[in-house]
Design a protein around this ligand. Structure first.
Ligand code: IDP
Ligand code: MG
Length: 203
């Protein structure tokens, strides 16, 4: 039996009661039309490239961002871009977690200060899902050094020094997978259907 997401099921019923005649055949046709993209898209599907909308990345609002009440504005940017929030929590980070997260930077001269900064207060950490979300969110976050970050990026709009750059974003698919596993347990991540996904891209 085919399980339809609730939003698709609703569209099936809407189409069945409006315009379709009410026999079993038209219910089937309504179901087909209501599936993401509808029958027109199904006709084109063999040629179209279906985007991978399940890619995930880790974004964290660092302690300076939380202190400055920037959490809402930062989250809003990801929502308005069309990405889907699948994990969210606020925590005081341990030295142990941070040393694993920033394991590549352990030998850098600024590492002790980075550790101090990142444990100076709570962080808000999130997992966002969507097409090319890793690459896109790096662009949205901007250059590591806010002095070089473009206006319109989070760092370019909210910070001016590399030691307080407000936000973290995974820098690759592999990095994202590693960081998501490090910060979140499987049960803390939710898979859910957003009803706008047939509007934001062809799926
Ligand atoms: P990223 O956050 O853009 O991925 P990384 O090179 O991975 O940049 O560095 C991780 C974090 O370490 C930066 O976001 C920043 O908080 C801190 N950091 C990097 N370079 C410096 C530096 O030269 N001085 C102080 N802190 C730095
Ligand atoms: Mg990095």
């Amino acid at each position: 039996m085919v399980m339809l997401p609730r939003c698709v099921f609703k569209r099936v019923l809407q189409q069945f009661y409006s315009g379709h005649q009410g026999n079993p055949k038209s219910l089937l046709s309504a179901a087909f039309t209501a599936l993401p993209g509808g029958d027109a898209a199904a006709g084109r599907r063999s040629q179209a490239t279906i985007p991978d909308i399940r890619e995930r990345t880790l974004i964290a609002v660092k302690p300076d961002g939380v202190q400055r009440r920037l959490v809402g504005q930062i989250m809003q940017r990801f929502e308005q871009r069309g990405f889907k929030l699948v994990g969210l929590k606020m925590l005081q980070v341990s030295d142990d977690l941070l040393s694993q997260h920033y394991s590549e930077l352990r030998t850098k001269p600024f590492y002790p200060r980075l550790l101090h900064y990142m444990t100076s207060g709570p962080v808000v950490v999130m997992v966002w899902e969507g097409h090319k979300v890793v690459q896109t969110s790096r662009m949205m976050v901007g250059h590591t050094n806010p002095a070089e970050a473009q206006a319109g990026t989070v760092r370019g709009d909210f910070s001016f020094h590399v030691s307080r750059n407000v936000v973290h974003a995974s820098d690759s698919l592999e990095g994202a997978q590693r960081e998501i596993q490090l910060w979140f347990q499987k049960k803390e991540l939710l898979s859910w259907d957003s009803c706008d996904q047939t509007v934001t891209c062809e799926v």
